[in-house]
Write a protein that binds this ligand. Structure first.
Ligand SMILES: Cc1cc2nc3c(=O)[nH]c(=O)nc-3n(C[C@H](O)[C@H](O)[C@H](O)COP(=O)(O)OP(=O)(O)OC[C@H]3O[C@@H](n4cnc5c(N)ncnc54)[C@H](O)[C@@H]3O)c2cc1C
Length: 495
């Protein structure tokens, strides 16, 4: 997308799930909207590195934004996912008191849930819990049927692509380095091109800071120094699909009042894997995006995994990853602060800071709130030709009924060729991922959109095929070809 240097109505910094939800919400109005993102695609930050759970709202103190926006966001998701063809599974969740010591915490969650308007909650004894999850332990459980699972990057990319189809401009691979307000009230934002190295200046009447782990730095550029963001890492193991079906629901321990996360647990994913994690340790060094996995935590996760799922074998761990929470509380304080959503300190500058969990769940409700702030100020009319839906299959090809798959393969031979054997991904799906109109292709983008390279062999079979497609069919000539090590790190956004 070429930027012409004109003044946009709204500029959003950060294409995580929150920035993309805001972009799509604003696309409903007659507003010119642009998004600047330092990575080459949407959702390459914290939004692709989390549990993918739509929380019910039991964990957050009544009266907080986290409580109100998670309940509202959760309720909005079925409609959004139907429009954007994003798979969602309402698995429900059991929070389990293992013994008497956990009971006060469990009752606290129940009371919070009631105050927050969480629908359908039930306290269950062990026999009722076993009807949901055979063999489960624990003396008392809190059942929240609105808890659900979703692909976090799938949602963010779908929001971005739909916003883009409705006229929102995305400028990827541009890192915002400075921002200021001119005397006539226009924001001027300078961003460096991560590929070409040049600088671009963007101008806008309203600026939305949705920069996640760096939201405090962006605020400081505008003279708002309201605390620091601390990265708090959560590490995971991804388990093989052999265990698909081992979990009927989400099963969580009762978190302590000052825990920085919700405790290590098992989470089924919409794609049939199970995650063990996340841990919660503040990142020790200065790099807030240091998403390493560490030997001691991996060992703890293995131990917890065997305890929670005794049938786990050594060969079931197919990958590890981690994601960093943008916390407003320093290590010495721990726990969680409420989201900061504020638009009054500098007129036209909307700050979204400390959007840690449940930021994925809350994203559409945060977008609604930001939309209200902007619409009240700019008073735009609704766009008449807003298209809510997205083209493409409603389900992954491999999950469609056989007759539908045969029909599709007859109409397009690329549906008849499997590129990724582990996940059953067809050449057409890889092509669609490469050809996304949102941005130029990267291996990570192809992976997140198509699921190629995400199976048991982690790209051993399909990566060379995808590379050949990119070279031979899309003309990538190998300029800047990565080293073998870099190539095997399929996240490497080198293309
Ligand atoms: C371990 C873990 C587990 C979690 N589990 C859940 C869960 O199950 N359910 C749930 O609801 N939430 C969960 N969360 C929280 C959720 O992931 C986040 O709240 C959400 O992803 C935040 O989205 P965002 O768009 O605000 O941030 P991000 O996804 O981080 O997006 C911010 C974007 O801004 C870009 N950016 C930053 N600085 C600049 C700059 N200077 N110039 C240009 N671009 C910039 C970044 O590259 C990034 O893409 C979890 C988080 C973690 C870490």
């Amino acid at each position: 997308m070429m930027f012409d240097g004109g003044i946009r109505d709204v500029l959003i910094i950060g294409a995580g799930v929150v920035g993309c939800a805001v972009a799509r919400e604003l696309a409903r109005y007659d507003l010119s909207v642009a998004v600047i993102e330092k990575e080459p695609d949407a959702a390459f930050g914290t939004s692709c590195r989390n549990s993918g759970v739509l929380h019910s709202g039991i964990n957050y103190a009544p009266g907080t934004l986290r409580a109100a926006l998670s309940v509202r966001g959760n309720a909005m998701m079925d409609g959004i996912c139907a429009e954007l063809k994003v798979p969602i599974r309402r698995t429900g969740k059991l929070t389990i008191a293992l013994d008497d010591r956990d009971l006060p915490g469990l009752y606290r969650q129940y009371e919070q849930g009631r105050a927050n308007g969480v629908p359908g909650m039930e306290l269950m004894d062990n026999s009722a819990m076993r009807r949901i999850q055979p063999g489960i332990g624990g003396m008392l459980g809190l059942w929240t049927p609105s808890s659900a699972i979703i692909s976090p990057y799938g949602l963010a990319m779908a929001l971005a692509e739909n916003a883009h189809a409705n006229g929102v401009e995305f400028c990827m691979s541009h890192k915002v380095e400075s921002a200021a307000m001119s005397r006539d009230g226009i924001f001027e934002v300078a961003a460096r091109d991560a590929v070409g190295g040049g600088k671009k200046t963007f101008k806008a009447k309203t600026l939305v800071n949705s920069a996640g782990l760096y939201s405090d730095e962006v605020s400081r550029m505008l003279g708002v120094d309201d605390g620091t963001i601390y990265a708090c890492r959560g590490e995971y193991f991804v388990l093989d699909k052999r265990l698909e079906g081992a979990l009927n629901t989400l099963i969580y321990p009762v978190p302590g009042p000052n825990d920085p996360g919700l405790g290590i647990h098992l989470t089924p994913t919409v794609d049939g894997n199970i995650l063990i994690g996340p841990s919660a340790e503040y990142v020790p060094g200065p790099d807030r995006e240091d998403c390493s996995t560490t030997a001691p935590v991996m060992e703890t996760l293995r131990r917890e995994g065997r305890r929670l799922l005794p049938s786990l074998g050594a060969g079931d761990y197919i990958r590890s990853f981690s994601g960093n929470r943008p916390k407003q509380t320093p290590p010495a304080v721990g726990g969680n602060a409420d989201f900061t959503i504020e638009g009054a300190r500098v007129p036209g500058f909307i700050r979204l800071q400390g959007i840690e969990s449940p930021g994925l769940t809350s994203a559409p409700a945060i977008a609604e709130m930001v939309g209200d702030l902007i619409v009240r100020r700019a008073k735009p009319s609704l766009r008449k030709n807003f298209v809510a839906g997205r083209p493409g299959l409603a389900e992954r090809f491999s999950l469609l009924p056989m007759e539908t798959r045969i029909e599709l393969a007859k109409s397009d031979p690329d549906y008849g060729e499997i590129v990724c054997r582990c996940e059953g991904v067809t050449k057409r799906e890889v092509r669609d991922a490469i050809e996304t109109p949102l941005t130029r292709p990267t291996l990570a983008g192809v992976k997140y959109r198509s699921r190629a390279m995400m199976g048991r062999c982690q790209g051993g079979f399909c990566l060379p095929r995808i590379m050949r497609m990119l070279r031979e069919e899309y003309g990538f000539d190998g300029e800047g070809v990565p080293s073998a090590t870099e190539l095997m790190r399929v996240e490497s956004p080198w293309l």
